[in-house]
Ligand binder design. Structure first.
Ligand code: 5AD
Length: 314
C-alpha cells in the first residue's frame, strides 16, 4: 500500500485499478502519510495561504428533486427564502470589507433568478468592485445562459458532478436529471473560459469503492480548477433522511488524494466537514485543502439554506 502512495506522490496520477486498490486498502498509517505529503505539496505551491471566498446563499428554492438534498422541491419541511438585490449587495460589501477577494453566489435552481436578473446583479457587483472575483454556483443552465453571465463579468463557476458513475448518478437523482446534461454543462462552463469547479459527495447512499475510483478518474481527466467534496449528511424530509453520514476520515483521505492528483487545485475544506466536526476546517486544511468559504448571507436567512441537517453557520 505504501508503494502505491509513493507512486501517487511522485507521479500525481493513478490508474483506475490503482484507485480501487488505494480506496479499498488505505488505513490510518497511509492516511497520515498522504496527508503529510499533500500538505507539503500544498505549501510548496501556495505557501501557507488560505483563500477565503464569501459565500452568499441567494435562494433556497429549487426546481430539482435530488434525493439527498434538503432543498429538493418535494421537501415540504424546507424553509424557503430569496435574497433581495440589496441583501445580495450587502453580502458582497461584507465579503469586501473582510478582504475576501471572491464572492460566490450560490443557490437552488430558482426561476425567479432569471438569466437577465442574475446578469444585472453580476454587472452591478463588478461595477461597484471591479477587482472582486464573481463566482456563480446556480446549477445547470444552457450554454447561452452561462455565456450571458460570463460576458457580464462572472469568472468562476461551481457545479459539482456529484458522482462520476452513471448508475450511481441515476440512483441519486430523479429521472428528469441526467449525468449527460451535468457533464455537458461542465464542459460548456469550461469552454466559455470560467475557472471551473466540480466535486462529489462522500459516503452518499449507493457509494462503493468503484464509484469513488470513478470520481478520482474523472477528476484526473477533467482537470478542474476547483474541487468541492464533503461528507453526505442526511436531511430531514428526504428519501435518505435515515441514512448515515459519510465519514470525516474518508473525506480527509480523499482531500489528500485530490491534492496529490491535482497539485494546483483550489480545494475547500467544506461546511459539511465543519458540520460533522468542530475542527473540521482545520482538519481539512491539514489534509491538503486550501480554501474556506465563510457564509456572508444576511442574518435573516442563516440556518435556512438547509441542504442537510445541522449545517454549520459560523
Ligand atoms: N449532504 C452533503 N452535501 C449535500 N449536498 C446536497 N445535499 C447534501 C447532503 N445531504 C451538496 C451537493 C450539492 C451542494 C449544493 O451540496 O453536492 O452540489
Amino acid at each position: 500500500m505504501i508503494k502505491l502512495c509513493e507512486k501517487l506522490c511522485r507521479e500525481h496520477s493513478l490508474t483506475h485499478e490503482e484507485c480501487v486498490r488505494l480506496v479499498r486498502g488505505h488505513n490510518p498509517e497511509t492516511d497520515y502519510f498522504l496527508a503529510q505529503q499533500a500538505l507539503k505539496l500544498r505549501q510548496l505551491i501556495f505557501g501557507d495561504t488560505v483563500f477565503y471566498r464569501g459565500l452568499i446563499e441567494i435562494s433556497s428554492f429549487c426546481k430539482n428533486d435530488c434525493k439527498y438534498c434538503g432543498l429538493r422541491r418535494s421537501n415540504k419541511l424546507a424553509p424557503r427564502y430569496r435574497l433581495s438585490e440589496e441583501e445580495i449587495f450587502s453580502g458582497v460589501e461584507k465579503a469586501y470589507s473582510l478582504n475576501y477577494g471572491t464572492v460566490v453566489l450560490q443557490g437552488g435552481e430558482d426561476a425567479f433568478f432569471s438569466p437577465e436578473y442574475v446578469e444585472r446583479i453580476v454587472k452591478e457587483i463588478k461595477r461597484r468592485h471591479p477587482e472582486i472575483v464573481v463566482t456563480l454556483s446556480l446549477g445547470e443552465h444552457s450554454r447561452d445562459v452561462y455565456k450571458l453571465w460570463r460576458e457580464a463579468g462572472a469568472q468562476r463557476y461551481l457545479l459539482r458532478h456529484e458522482t462520476a458513475n452513471k448508475e450511481h448518478y441515476d440512483f441519486l437523482h430523479p429521472k428528469e436529471m441526467s449525468q449527460e446534461n451535468r457533464l455537458r454543462a461542465l464542459n460548456d462552463i469550461r469552454e466559455l473560459g470560467y475557472m471551473t469547479g466540480c466535486g462529489f459527495l462522500v459516503g452518499a447512499p449507493g457509494e462503493s469503492v468503484e464509484t469513488i475510483a470513478d470520481n478520482l478518474m474523472f477528476l484526473q481527466s477533467f482537470k478542474p480548477d476547483m474541487v468541492g467534496i464533503g461528507p453526505f449528511i442526511p436531511a430531514t424530509g428526504t428519501p435518505f433522511e435515515n441514512e448515515s453520514s459519510g465519514s470525516i476520515k474518508e473525506t480527509l483521505f480523499l482531500l489528500s488524494v485530490i491534492r496529490l492528483l491535482l497539485p494546483n487545485v483550489y480545494l475547500p475544506a467544506t461546511t459539511a466537514l465543519a458540520t460533522l466536526s468542530s475542527d473540521g476546517y482545520e482538519q481539512g486544511l491539514r489534509a491538503g485543502a486550501n480554501v474556506i468559504m465563510p457564509n456572508c448571507s444576511p442574518e435573516r436567512v442563516l440556518g435556512k439554506y438547509t441542504i442537510y441537517d445541522g449545517k454549520n453557520i459560523s
